[in-house]
Design a protein around this ligand. Sequence first.
Ligand code: URA
Length: 210
Amino acid sequence: MSDHLTVVTHPLVQHKLTLMRDHNASTAKFRQLLREISQLLAYEITRELDLTTKRIETPLTEMDAPVLDGKKLALISILRAGNGLLDGVLELIPGARVGFVGLYRDPKSLQAVEYYFKVPDALEDRLVIAVDPMLATGNSSVAAIDKLKEAGARNIRFMCLLAAPEGVARMKDAHPDVRIVTAALDSHLNEKGYIVPGLGDAGDRMFGTK
Ligand code: URA
């Protein structure tokens, strides 16, 4: 563990992740668990958000109460699997702005190819949290973060469910300033670029495709 990588070892996260990894988990169960874990990861990734105070009246008295400071944060879903994490985080932070980066992995080269990019304005003034369940080769995540930086983002964090050592190293090399928060750091990638032991194709498992 380092400043660059945080593995959320909370027992609830680890238990839910095991249920998700099981190949018998239904699509509905997988989606529900992903939503629940995303909220626990969001709790960790937003731990150091800046606070200010606001004068309010409780039923008993006035007080200066803490509220989030600065511009609303931006959640960026790396399509399509990112949407599974996005939904849960949005429930927790409903005021967040939302963007999408569409990338697919070329099955031969494993390189990321962009097909969609739409993000909130003033990215330079926001905490930007990019979400994608699987940090595998790191190619698509690094490419997405390249694009976010080109669009002005300066304060970026990356949330995933599973990370492979290869992806973590690639991200650290390309974007040492981007902190990764994950539920687990797995063993390695197989020859097809899948995380082992992993959970298979996250998009297919959450959307019931093949
Ligand atoms: N993407 C996935 O969905 N699963 C992996 O194991 C690797 C990349």
